[in-house]
Write a protein that binds this ligand. Structure first.
Ligand code: SAM
Length: 287
């Protein structure tokens, strides 16, 4: 893995996928982190509890694989998780999570942070098993989505645990987006801004034609998991490797490994489908 002050190239993902990579998720998360305030944390908590129907994580040990900015890990802390462990392959993401942890005045015992990959079985095994495993929008960026998911199931999920995932949807436009992302990664200074800004001009133009306000749309965007539209656009155009699956493919993969689905939120676009599974049973998530 190579890091400079603001860039990081995920050499492992490049090797595994054969892609040319030029985008650092973590550098983007660092820009996001400076905007994180209590209303954003509140939105992230609200989205989490609305999806899971869990008002508290008090009994849980929470593993956040591919933690990004660390916002979901922070949500778990605020919801009372007994212990949180955050992992990311991008050192800039690791910096972000450590900063959030410092702000909360917490130490390693309550909130541990690791730099590493979900493709590294030795690392996953060393982390142990958890009652809540969370990996939102991550496994499809590893270069080996199914292997990554199999690793997590094999090493980190304790019996009866909750497994919370978001995976890109196999939408008909996905192959086209893959080509766009490849162009953006091969030409980060010219094609990336050109394609992204062209898309934004089209999107905002369409909104105006429908008498919808782009300003309001961007302002209200953080209601979605506390995220930022501007940062999500960079993540979307730059985020490579890019794999995707249908909800059924994810369900079948996990049903074969004795998981039952508790909740699902599907998309009709090329965004993420969100899943909450129970290992080895179909009880209510509050149980
Ligand atoms: C789209 S972001 C999602 C971040 C966070 N889970 C969230 O929901 O906001 C994907 C994250 O996965 C991380 N990632 C990609 N491949 C990884 C790997 N092999 N192991 C661990 N983290 C990885 C990236 O560095 C990035 O921070």
């Amino acid at each position: 893995m190579t890091t400079q002050s603001t860039t990081f190239v995920n050499d492992e993902a490049a090797r595994v996928s054969g892609e040319t990579l030029g985008f650092s998720f973590g550098a983007n998360w660092k820009k996001f982190l400076v905007t994180v305030d209590e209303p954003i944390i509140g939105s992230a908590m609200q989205s989490f509890t609305a999806f899971t129907h869990l008002a508290s994580l008090a009994p849980h040990e929470f593993l956040d694989l591919g933690c990004g900015s660390g916002l979901s890990s922070l949500v778990a802390i605020r919801l009372g998780a007994r212990r949180v462990v955050s992992v990311d392959i991008d050192p800039h993401s690791v910096d972000c999570v450590r900063r959030l942890r410092d702000q909360e005045n917490l130490g390693e015992d309550r909130w541990a942070v690791h730099h590493g990959s979900v493709l590294d079985e030795a690392l996953l095994e060393s982390l142990g098993r958890f009652s809540y495993v969370h990996s939102w929008g991550v496994l499809h960026h590893t270069g080996a989505m199914w292997r990554a998911l199999a690793n997590v199931v094999k090493h980190n999920v304790e019996p009866n645990a909750l497994l919370h995932l978001a995976l890109y949807n196999a939408h008909r436009s996905a192959p086209r987006w893959l080509r766009v992302k490849r162009l953006c990664n091969r030409s980060p200074h010219i094609l990336f801004p050109l394609l992204k800004n062209g898309y934004l001009a089209l999107l905002f133009g369409k909104m105006l034609a429908q008498f919808r306000s782009p300003i309001r749309f961007v302002r209200e965007y953080h209601a979605t998991r506390g995220m930022s539209f501007v940062r999500d656009m960079d993540d979307w155009f730059g985020g490579l490797p890019y794999e995707y699956c249908s909800p059924d493919q994810a369900l079948d993969f996990l049903a074969e490994r004795d998981f039952s689905m508790l909740r699902i939120k599907t998309t009709r676009s090329c965004g993420c489908n969100e899943f909450l599974f129970r290992a080895g049973g179909g009880l209510d998530p509050a149980a």
